[in-house]
Design a protein around this ligand. Structure first.
Ligand SMILES: Cc1ncc(COP(=O)(O)O)c(C=O)c1O
Length: 447
């Protein structure tokens, strides 16, 4: 029998019947379903709205280009790096690739590596980023990037979790929560998924949410410096976050993908600087924005020894089990690149690269301020968050694209509290950032 409410029907059967399908309900209409399997769509994936934000932006950009083939588009949209990976790092990777072409080299580094990452790289990460906190090399799991780890963390925790996210925030937290089955349907009025707690962050609360709203959440995604607002949480704010997690028994998934951009000495670069964080936090980080590894893929996630589930078992053991099942170790060439990043020369090269993007951020921030806008971020993060006083952010996005041939990111793509804002990414060649600043001034100046 056909399931008319679901409209799942094989076209071959339909052809045999030689008729179209009536849909049940008050407004009867005829629908032809072309399907070649009887497999029901994952109902959780079916809850997702439209496309993932960035493919959607890309689609609109391509349409604009089709209609305006001469447009010289500048992208301040997707936060993708633009400057080459520094030479000491690429040289190390080239040597690693050559080495894989030798018998000895292949014996040492070829084939499947440890799912947790090369021991030397885990040790070097611990030495460079966690020397002053209670994190050991064995707590660090090297991976193909933070986005992948966020989804794998969802897989580890499983469905029906109560999740809280900063609003606005990096869309992968919400979308992966929807996919794993942590949410109800999307509500078009509130622009939120049911069951997720959205923790609004704005200039009114210094971009630090009212954690009381998350009192029932089991998992809290927290990103600092935040994408998209560029706000970096202060030590006191993070002390409050950790206190909240310990009081409520929740686990913080702390995304530190932009920690290297922090200049403010009052903003910790890892959550593990906060006493007690090792009992309630997981931290994920990445070489993507540190060294231009967005396409190369290398990141890491820290799951401390002291972090335990309610039954007393170690979260780390489950994470290890999950990684061994769903991941086969990061590329050995990327790991050679990671090792080079962490050498003295590599650390200097990363720091220069980050300074370059931060100068871009300063240019954009100053431009919007001179133009008369309220601007946030841009000092401890590669993102500038610009207020358009409550205007629909997709409308502003479209106007900026149409008038300036510039792609920005509409704030509402990061959550309902992002509406009224656009995010400008500081990842760009200097001449493009300067040109974008000029075009924006010409079309959007208020003063
Ligand atoms: C906050 C945040 N976390 C994670 C990622 C993804 O990092 P990766 O390239 O390591 O997957 C991004 C990328 O833009 C990000 O903005």
């Amino acid at each position: 029998m056909f399931d008319h409410t679901q409209c799942v029907v094989r076209s071959s059967l339909l052809e045999k019947l030689g008729r179209t399908l009536p849909v049940k309900g008050r407004h009867r209409k005829t629908v032809i379903v072309h399907a070649n399997s009887n497999v029901r769509r994952n109902p959780n994936i079916a809850k997702l709205q439209a496309g993932y934000l960035f493919p959607e932006i890309n689609r609109i950009k391509m349409k604009h280009l089709e209609e305006n083939p001469d447009a010289k588009i500048i992208s301040l949209g997707i936060g993708d790096t633009t400057e080459p990976i520094p030479q000491p790092i690429t040289k190390a990777m080239a040597a690693a690739a050559e080495n894989l072409g030798t018998l000895d080299g292949y014996a040492q580094y070829g084939g499947y590596g440890a799912e947790q990452g090369q021991t030397l790289l885990r040790e070097k990460l611990a030495e460079r980023f966690y020397a002053e906190v209670n994190i050991q090399a064995s707590d660090i799991f090297v991976s193909d990037g933070s986005k992948c780890d966020i989804s794998r963390l969802q897989m580890m925790f499983g469905s029906n979790r109560r999740v809280a996210v900063q609003d606005p925030s990096y869309p992968a937290y919400v979308d992966s929560s929807v996919m794993i089955g942590n949410t109800e349907m999307y509500d078009h009025a509130s622009k939120q998924y049911g069951k997720i707690v959205y923790l609004a962050c704005s200039s009114e609360n210094d971009f630090f949410p009212n954690l009381g709203l998350a009192k029932d959440a089991e998992l809290i995604f927290f990103c600092s410096p935040n994408n998209p607002t560029g706000a970096a949480a202060t030590r006191d704010q993070l002390i409050e976050l950790v206190r909240h997690a310990k009081e409520t028994g929740s686990i913080i998934i702390y995304d530190a993908a932009y920690a290297i951009y922090i200049s403010n000495p009052n903003c910790p670069k890892t959550i593990f600087e906060i006493p007690g964080a090792d009992e309630c936090c997981i931290e994920t980080c990445s070489f993507s924005k540190y060294a231009g590894f967005t396409g190369l893929r290398l990141g890491w996630t820290v799951v401390p020894d002291k972090l335990k589930f309610a039954d007393g078992s170690l979260v780390k053991n489950d994470w290890n089990r999950l990684m061994c099942t769903s991941f086969n170790g990061a590329s050995n060439i990327a790991q050679a690149g990671g090792m080079a990043c962490l050498s003295d020369e590599g650390m200097n090269a990363m720091s220069e690269l980050v300074s370059f993007y931060k100068e871009n951020a300063t240019i954009l921030k100053n431009t919007f301020e001179e133009m008369g806008y309220a601007v946030y971020g841009g000092t401890d993060a590669p993102y500038v968050w610009v207020s358009f006083d409550g205007r629909d952010s997709w409308e502003v996005f479209t106007e900026v694209l149409t008038k300036c041939d510039i792609v920005v990111t509409p704030g509402s793509g990061f959550g309902p509290a992002g509406d009224g804002f656009i995010r400008c990414s500081a990842f760009g060649h200097r001449e493009n950032i300067l040109e974008a600043a000029q075009r924006l001034k010409e079309s959007f100046s208020r003063s």
